[in-house]
Design a binder for this molecule. Structure first.
Ligand code: MF3
Ligand code: CO
Ligand code: CO
Length: 274
């Protein structure tokens, strides 16, 4: 049985199995954090070009986050020392910025999470570097569709499994593999909270969605098998078969009638090419 708890001002900042139900203050806080997160991804577009290093992109993210009145939630998170994650080609997620220069044909996920006035805006998009082969562009398009089909299911009365199922069904229709080892998560004053939002599942299963629930949906979809491997750096996750992987992420809140996407691009840069 799922437990829900209405968020109060006095509530301790602790993760628990209970799913928090936020009020108007929460929506206001997430709108601001989500907007900055989306603005950062919008501003990165002209910088994601052949030759730029992922560290240079990380520097831009850190500066924009701070200039926007936030701090990068990943900085110092469980020993992570960068302001975003940058995952190229067969990297599934949590790629660490560094010396790697982007090159023509790369597909790149950039995942940012500014913490603004105590609220986390967690979002990622794919970027295409120069001329990208059709096979990779197709993966990116279908992954975006997976996220949006999942979001369509995010409304009161539906269950978390309805979201998972919509994503899995669409990905597998295209013979892609859906990553099992990482999932979406409750989000808000905590970066990672209950519930776990898995990207495969059956309709009608899992917790019922209720107004005030905040969580991310962030499907990772592979052209090959779903299996991932963690590199020795302890963060970088890659596809075991070295197939390409793509991901998009939004932070959303369940409303009375559906959901609000906190991390929508103000510039309409939803899906590449931008
Ligand atoms: N932003 C990632 C997510 O979507 C988490 C990154 S944690 C880090 O949940 F430490 F790897 F940056
Ligand atoms: Co997330
Ligand atoms: Co993220």
């Amino acid at each position: 049985m799922t437990e829900y708890v209405n968020v109060t001002a006095e509530m301790p900042l602790a993760r628990s199995h209970a799913i928090k139900l936020h009020g108007p203050d929460g929506f206001e806080g997430m709108r601001r954090a989500g907007r900055l997160a989306a603005e950062i991804l919008d501003a990165l577009v002209p910088h994601v070009v052949p030759g730029v290093t992922t560290q240079e992109l990380d520097d831009i993210v850190r500066k924009m986050t701070i200039d926007g009145g936030g701090v990068p939630a990943t900085l110092g998170y469980r020993g992570y020392t960068h302001s975003c994650c940058i995952s190229i080609n067969h990297v599934v997620c949590h790629g660490i910025p560094g010396d790697r220069a982007l090159k023509d044909g790369d597909i790149v996920n950039i995942d940012v999470t500014p913490l603004v006035d105590g609220w986390h805006g967690d979002t990622s998009r794919m970027f295409l570097v120069g001329d990208v082969p059709i096979k990779a562009r197709r993966l990116v398009d279908v992954t975006y569709e997976c996220l949006m089909l999942g979001i369509e299911q995010a409304k009161p009365g539906n269950h978390l499994g309805d979201i998972s199922h919509a994503i899995q069904r669409h990905a597998e229709k295209h013979r892609y593999g859906v990553v099992r080892d990482f999932c979406g998560h409750g989000v808000g004053r905590l970066f990672h909270d209950a519930p776990e939002v898995v990207h495969v599942g059956r309709p009608g299963t899992g917790p019922e969605l209720k107004p005030g629930m905040f969580f991310t949906i962030e499907p990772m979809i592979n052209t090959g098998r779903p299996d991932v491997k963690l590199l020795d750096d302890g963060w970088t996750a890659v596809t075991r078969d070295r197939s390409l992987s793509a991901q998009f992420e939004h932070s959303i809140g369940i409303t009375e009638t559906g959901c609000e996407i906190f991390t929508l691009s103000p510039k309409g840069l939803h899906q590449p090419p931008y």
